[in-house]
Design a protein around this ligand. Structure first.
Ligand code: ATP
Ligand code: F6P
Length: 443
């Protein structure tokens, strides 16, 4: 089969996947859709979510529960029209080069699934059904309270009445809902069924590499509250000299940061919450984490090592400009894709970080002590940062960043150790050893 590099990794040239969400309302379908899209965007795989509810709102902005009664002909007609409009837009988007389209709707009847399957099949678009099935009343009520009462469907309405109406809406859906392949007559479909937020998963007929990556990723998601703390290593001797790469030890001020880190972590994490600490295999991150309490599990990952700067390892930016002037310019022109001779690009770093992201999604509280470029890539994943901009992000030394993923976005808190350090940030064109962020000057 012909292949090309599509996003990252080698993917069959013509692969197009329609991920069709399935499930009753308030089962986390939109949540799963947006997390999947964030992951795909981070991997530079063109993806887009088509939310049928948004299309329906054009025609029925604030319907009450009876709109969703299948005996309500007007409601049925409008809902069908919304689904058709969303699918038509999605197909046009596939034809313009889209790779993974996510159809976010309940798709709760066999007829609806057959219709989508045939429509996509005729155009050579693979269909992956992703069903979220949950019968835990407490979770459903919490979902309704957390996200449904603030949905545009209930804008300006009393939250208690909105919650009651939403319960009634779910009852209408329950009358016609069929879990995928529940009768054994949808066994030809490719599907992932997530039961009670991952307590059990059922996988059927996964066909190719990209599908299996999406499925594996979704299998690992959980919604238990947790945070991820990120820190660069303490200031290193190379940082002081403006050199990149290497395996230097900490400077005196870097040592001070290492000694202060346990207190900062304790203040932010709390005394008795278990924490896992990941470092790279380089001496500066291991030294930075070495005063953390021994009851924290520590793990070293090669995948967290700093971006490999190849032939430029150990040089200052000025030395790189003098010795490899064309490379210096090329990197500034496209920092995300530029690969150091014999080394890596940011895009390469993202590829090698994929297992880290998978593991992060499965995990509870984690502190990652790593390096400037790697931290930027992990940060971009959580904050949905544009990959062309993330290599330019300022990540100061001696700062602890706490990220807390929520249903729709990630919260961030930064704690400064108040221990001075050089700035290793560099603006486009600059060769300054230590430049202040925000001053993009050519030297
Ligand atoms: P609707 O059909 O009304 O659009 P939905 O199924 O898309 O509903 P969401 O809006 O995604 O529901 O619900 C979000 C809530 O679901 C969040 O609070 C999130 O924590 C929770 N959630 C995420 N994953 C799951 C899951 N697998 N099962 C149940 N709830 C989940
Ligand atoms: O200067 C510190 C450092 O971690 C280097 O080891 C690394 O090459 C560099 O930052 C990555 O930052 P940039 O991609 O902005 O050069």
């Amino acid at each position: 089969m012909p292949s090309k590099v599509n996003g990252v990794g080698v993917q069959a040239d013509e692969t197009k996947i329609c991920v069709v969400m399935v499930g009753l309302p308030a089962r986390g379908k939109s949540y799963i859709a947006q997390i999947a899209q964030r992951y795909l965007a981070w991997l530079s795989i063109p993806s887009k979510t088509f939310n049928v509810g948004n299309y329906r709102r054009n025609d029925a902005p604030q319907p009450t529960a009876d709109f969703f009664d299948t005996n309500n002909q007007e409601g049925e007609r409008k809902r069908r029209a919304a689904a058709e409009a969303a699918v038509a837009d999605m197909i046009a988007w596939f034809q313009a080069g889209g790779v993974v389209g996510i159809l976010d709707a309940t798709n709760s009847t066999k007829e609806r699934r057959k219709w989508i399957s045939e429509k996509c099949g005729a155009l050579g678009i693979e269909v992956l059904f992703v069903e979220s099935k949950c019968d835990d009343e407490e979770t459903i009520m919490a979902n309704i309270r957390d996200v449904k009462t603030t949905s545009p469907d209930y804008k300006g309405q009393d939250p208690e009445e909105a919650a009651q109406d939403f319960r009634n809406r779910i009852r209408h859906y329950e009358k016609v809902y069929k879990t995928i392949d529940g009768d054994g007559d949808e066994s030809d479909y490719t599907y992932l069924k997530i039961l009670n937020i991952g307590k059990q998963v059922i996988i059927n007929r996964i066909q190719d590499y990209l599908q299996s990556r999406i499925v594996y990723y979704l299998m690992n998601l959980h919604i238990r509250p947790r945070s991820v703390w990120l820190s660069r290593h303490g200031e290193s001797m190379y940082n002081l000299g403006g050199q990149i790469g290497g395996d230097a030890l900490l400077s005196e001020r870097g040592e001070l940061y290492a000694r202060k880190l346990p207190e900062m972590v304790r203040d932010s994490v709390g005394d008795d919450r278990p924490l896992t600490v990941w470092t790279s295999t380089l001496r500066r991150t291991i030294a930075t984490a070495r005063f953390l309490p021994p009851h924290y599990n520590q793990l070293q990952w090669k995948a967290l090592d700093e971006l490999d700067s190849g032939v430029c390892d150990g040089l200052t930016y000025q030395e790189i400009k003098d010795r490899y002037p064309e490379d210096f310019v090329a990197r500034d022109e496209d920092k995300y894709n530029y690969r150091y001779p014999g080394g890596e690009s940011y895009r390469d770093v993202v590829i090698r970080l994929e297992p880290i992201i998978m593991e992060l999604e499965r995990s509870e509280d984690i502190l990652i002590v790593t390096h400037q470029a790697v931290l930027r890539c992990i940060y971009a994943y959580f904050m949905k940062n544009d990959q062309s901009k993330s290599p330019w992000m300022n990540v100061p030394l001696h700062t602890l960043i706490k990220l807390t993923p929520r249903a729709y976005g990630t919260e961030e808190v930064r704690y400064s150790a108040n221990i001075p350090a050089v700035s290793t940030w560099r603006g486009k064109g600059s060769t300054a050893k230590h430049e202040s962020p925000g001053t993009e000057v050519s030297h």
